[in-house]
Design a protein around this ligand. Structure first.
Ligand SMILES: [Zn+2]
Length: 396
């Protein structure tokens, strides 16, 4: 099951009897389609089964009336190498997240590498190595966008050009390295953006001994693409500063599992009040001091829906389509041409909710019965979620 394949297999996949299709799109979070076709790993058609061209299907999945959602995206992880994290001395954590519905992860910096180099040549080499290694190695099939260098003093514009030319597309959290001043961060973030490198900034108090505070003034001045863990990782800024961040810019509002839950709910509500729900994206900020959370993204969906009083189908958009759009990924939405990354799930057994959406709204996690990445079944019944009531099955 723990395949590390990177090739996209050829073939035609049909998923039928979908009882609820969650699209990942805020403007239309639920579709009335009941079937989906994928060809060579990409969504080819979505609609009623009778309308689809099912000629020559290689694999048919019967969802048995369960819900289908785009694969979940974790906007904030700290991978190091392979499926191993030295932070908590765990192996197979990424495969375990796949069992929690996560099909795409975005690195916020490979900062837990023992002996992480902080000189400019070393940090560039490490970022390029991580980008290459995770392009070639996908535990459980999970797509890991890695190779996210942490800014250090002394970097010049040419370094960002070199990184971009070498395939690096992300910056690790600004503020985790030596660059912590707003003006210096702003200059480097702008260089990164000029060469097509997306940036994230650490927000809030220090994460572990040795890291530092980044307050709202620095976040606004640096102007990174993503306000990383706006709810702290774990220590949050005062709520009035979080409001300033939401009101003072239009950048992505990233809410994480390993943060402050009070601040998480405040950031979400503030974004909603501003009429900007599309800015809300979710991550775990793991592995970290709080550990690895295979179900972290599902837990965020249940927290924001249950306590934050948001419809579950909207909360699922935060974990899928919003992140795909904000970060310009080819996944996260049920749309023809997007990659065929799906999670099939149902109400957990014995949940008090009357159906899956109601159960999430009441704070329960759904049960996952299948994860599909690039049109390929990567796992059947999840080993991590509570058991789903109805289970999808490969029927031919
Ligand atoms: Zn951080």
């Amino acid at each position: 099951m723990a395949t590390a394949t990177t090739e996209v297999p050829k073939g035609k996949l049909l998923v039928k009897n979908i009882g609820l299709m969650l699209t990942g799109a805020l403007e239309n979070p639920i579709s009335d389609a009941d079937a989906i076709l994928a060809v060579d790993g990409k969504i080819n058609a979505v609609g009623k089964l009778a309308e689809l061209d099912t000629e020559g299907v290689d694999v048919t999945v019967d969802a048995m009336g369960s819900a289908l959602c785009p694969g979940l995206i974790d906007s904030h992880v700290h991978p190091v190498i392979g499926d191993w994290t030295p932070r908590q001395s765990q192996i197979n954590w990424i495969d375990s997240y796949m069992n929690g519905g996560v099909t795409t992860m975005i690195s916020a910096g490979e900062v837990h590498l023992p002996g992480r180099p902080k000189d400019v040549v070393g940090l560039k080499a490490m970022a390029i190595t991580a980008q290459r290694a995770f392009s070639n190695f996908r535990p459980g099939g999970v797509k890991i966008h890695a190779g996210a260098p942490v800014l250090e003093e002394g970097m010049v514009e040419e370094d960002f050009k070199d990184l971009a030319d070498s395939g690096v597309k992300l910056l690790g959290e600004v503020g985790l390295g030596g660059v912590k001043q707003g003006d210096e961060a702003k200059k480097m973030v702008a260089w990164a953006r000029k060469y097509g490198i997306q940036s994230t900034i650490h927000t809030g108090g220090p994460s572990i001994p040795g890291s530092g505070l980044i307050d709202a003034d620095v976040v606004l001045e640096a102007d990174a693409d993503v306000i990383g863990h706006i709810n702290g990782g774990h220590t949050a800024l005062p709520l009035d500063q979080i409001r300033c961040l939401c009101e003072g810019c239009t950048r992505s509002v990233e809410i994480v599992h390993n943060g402050n839950e009070v601040a998480a709910l405040f950031a979400m509500r503030t974004s909603m009040e501003l009429g900007q729900p599309e800015r809300i994206i979710l991550g775990t900020d793991s592995p970290a001091g709080s550990g690895a959370q295979p179900l972290g993204i599902l837990r965020m969906v249940a927290l924001l829906s249950g306590i934050g009083d948001v419809d579950a189908e909207i909360a699922f958009c935060f974990a899928t389509g919003n992140t795909a759009r904000q970060r310009e990924l080819d996944c996260g939405l049920i749309e023809v041409g997007r990659v065929a990354d799906f999670v099939i799930m149902d109400r957990a057994q014995h949940s008090a909710g009357k159906d899956i959406l109601d159960s999430v709204r009441q704070g329960d996690l759904p049960g996952i019965s299948m994860v599909i990445i690039d049109g390929v079944v990567r796992c059947g019944r999840s080993r991590n979620t509570p058991p789903a009531e109805r289970l999808a099955a490969v029927v031919s």
